[in-house]
Design a protein around this ligand. Structure first.
Ligand code: PRP
Ligand code: URA
Length: 209
């Protein structure tokens, strides 16, 4: 079974709390999503492999630890996942970015896919699938299905707010995919929205409602 990591870092908790407030405007919401994604990336990349590299400082030669150069792909689930990309790229600027378009049917709440474009060497990359919200888990499970169908092997899922129901669905669908979240919420309501949640992440990011 995959592991679930809930980040308890005070900065992540504070910014996630600010994001939830109904009075937080589009500009501030967008900024908070970007900042939380950046901080989460710092935590989620903790296990990236390091190698010894010989260098010369202005004083002498020495051996330092550097990233092994494991290639990373960030794959936001459109639309709301886009809000997390810039913050992540600030931490890992050489990462490639794929896109997967999935939305929830408003009546059935089932995921409907409409776009998928991934780096051609996705099979060799450590893939971070990102989306601020994990509700029923349908969108995340479908997005990871697409990536695996196209050769993706090493996949991590990162979201800001998750419902217990979504975590269970994702763990059952993809037991090999570890899940990193900023906050685990109470439940889903009758419209499959996360409670207390933050509302519709896509609308709050792009000001569409
Ligand atoms: C939201 C969110 C996730 C999905 C989560 O996207 O960004 O992708 O819902 O719900 P689930 O776990 O029940 O599948 P939405 O469908 O609202 O599309 P949007 O990003 O285009 O607004
Ligand atoms: N998608 C969102 O944006 N918010 C929710 O609470 C559930 C799904």
């Amino acid at each position: 079974m995959s592991k679930v990591y809930v980040f308890d870092h005070p900065l992540i908790q504070h910014k996630t709390g600010m994001m939830r407030k109904v009075e937080t405007n589009v500009k501030d919401f967008r900024e908070l999503v970007k900042e939380v994604a950046m901080l989460m990336t710092y935590e989620a990349t903790r296990d990236l492999p390091l190698v010894d590299v010989d260098i010369t400082t202005p004083i002498c030669g020495t051996t330092v630890k550097m990233l092994h150069g494991e290639d990373i792909a960030i794959v936001p689930v459109l639309r709301a996942g886009l809000g997390m990309v810039d913050g992540m790229l600030q931490m890992v600027p050489n990462a490639k970015v794929g896109h997967i378009g999935v939305y929830r049917d408003p009546v059935t709440h089932k995921p409907i896919d409409y776009y998928c474009k991934l780096p051609c060497d996705i099979d060799k990359r450590q893939v971070f699938v990102v989306d601020p919200m994990l509700a029923t888990g349908g969108s995340a499970a479908a997005a990871i299905d697409f990536i695996k169908e196209r050769g993706g092997k090493k996949i991590i899922y990162m979201c800001i707010i998750a419902a217990p129901e979504g975590i269970e669905v994702l763990q059952n669908a993809h037991p090999d995919v570890d899940i990193f979240i900023a906050a685990k919420d109470r439940e889903l309501n009758e419209h499959a929205y996360i409670v207390p949640g933050l509302g519709d992440a896509g609308d709050r990011l792009f000001g569409t409602k």
